[in-house]
Ligand binder design. Structure first.
Ligand SMILES: Nc1ncnc2c1ncn2[C@@H]1O[C@H](COP(=O)(O)OP(=O)(O)OP(=O)(O)O)[C@@H](O)[C@H]1O
Ligand SMILES: [Mg+2]
Length: 357
């Protein structure tokens, strides 16, 4: 396996660093198609960041979130309970954060666990976090909170939706108190659409798109790993600029064959998915309403991509749009109101499948 090092993202890095240099003012939503490199960018920047910042990074991807208790467990570093440092008596908040600069989860002591779990109130957890961030600030450092895969929290109910309590907390940390930088990442563009139309967030957040690499970046990246001009062109034609696919190609013996294999595989997946809808039908939930997915409507939506790379998000009926996004075939950008395939690979596969549909 070849060691692939972090590449490019200069524009995105500059934007995040500029934000970090100013006092916390707005929530930053980092979004983009699946596997575009959002988590990689966050992890890379966190490692590069000076010790003047204390980063609390929480990835909700693997967490099971069905209740308030699940949410609390996903945020807090429960291992701290059995950690030697805690047993040796590091019981105050100042001691908890004294030497740490990059932390996965929110550290907590036994005493505070009882408090945050008390009465199932998100406010308890948030007031504890506020205290912790104030302690970081007192020590002369700047706290940074990063929540990855935020959409996982979207449907958790705690006297209403937890997400609204969380957004209020984010607004407190940034716009009101200027205490802590807040970044939230998601690859779920339907969730982002919800965020984008959320009245309570108007003027209180900004958006940063982390998209697949463009052609020039892809070619330059691949050439660093011995690709010829022709090799880079073939890779782009089949896989586009999705970093995860490019890394796979880099690590492959026969790169052209691998690229073609990925393409054929994606065509097969797409065909099967459409065949299932055609033969069995399908339905999706919009709010509390069950809506039928129609094969013919899906096909006419996908056919628009035969001649175009992007379409307006309202050119497609809402059910087909949501189905295709939910199935990770299309990606919606609420900021531009445009919709495109999740990757170049998807675009090529859609065009191939639509020729015979
Ligand atoms: N800038 C980069 N340089 C080199 N490799 C990268 C870069 N960005 C992403 N990758 C590769 O692509 C893989 C997938 O990236 P990552 O997990 O960050 O995507 P993501 O956008 O967070 O995905 P998801 O949508 O699933 O959250 C990484 O594990 C890494 O191998
Ligand atoms: Mg990610």
């Amino acid at each position: 396996m070849m060691e692939v090092t972090f590449y490019d993202r200069e524009r995105e890095t500059k934007e995040i660093m500029d934000t970090l240099r100013m006092k916390p003012r707005l929530i930053t939503f980092i979004y983009g198609p699946i596997n575009s490199g959002k988590t990689e960018l966050i992890t890379h920047l966190t490692c590069e960041l000076s010790d003047d910042y204390v980063v609390f990074y929480i990835n909700l991807r693997t967490k099971f979130l069905a209740s308030y208790d699940d949410f609390i467990e996903s945020l807090f570093e429960m291992e701290m309970e059995t950690d030697m440092t805690v047993r040796k008596g590091k019981e105050t908040l100042a001691e908890l954060i004294s030497s740490a600069t990059k932390i996965t989860g929110i550290p907590i002591t036994r005493e505070f666990i009882d408090y945050v779990f008390k009465d199932n109130k998100p406010k308890n957890a948030f007031s504890y976090m506020l205290k912790l961030f104030e302690e970081v600030k007192k020590s002369g450092k700047q706290p940074v909170l990063i929540l990855d895969e935020l959409q996982k929290i979207g449907d958790v109910l705690v006297n209403g939706h937890l997400i609204y309590e969380l957004f209020n907390f984010f607004i407190d940390l940034t716009k009101e108190l200027h205490l802590c930088h807040v970044f939230a990442a998601t690859s779920d563009s339907l969730f982002l659409e919800r965020v984008y139309s959320e009245a309570m967030l108007k003027g209180r957040c900004r958006y940063l798109l982390v998209d697949d690499f463009d052609y020039e970046t892809t070619a330059a990246f691949l050439k660093g790993y011995g690709f010829t001009d022709e090799g880079a062109r073939v890779a782009w034609e089949y896989c586009g600029g999705k970093p995860v696919c490019l890394v796979e190609l880099i690590n492959c013996g026969n790169r052209e064959e691998k690229a073609k294999e990925m393409f054929t595989f994606r065509i097969g997946e797409l065909e099967t998915q459409l065949k299932l809808v055609k033969e069995l039908g399908d339905e999706i939930l919009i709010g509390s309403k069950r809506c039928d997915v129609h094969y013919e409507k899906l096909v006419s939506a996908l056919k628009m991509f035969v001649k175009r790379e992007e379409i307006g998000m309202n050119e497609v009926d809402e059910v087909s749009k949501r189905y295709l996004v939910k199935e990770n075939i299309l990606f919606v950008d609420p900021l531009t109101a445009m919709m495109k395939p999740q990757s170049m690979l998807d675009l090529s596969a859609i065009r191939e499948v639509m020729r015979d549909a």
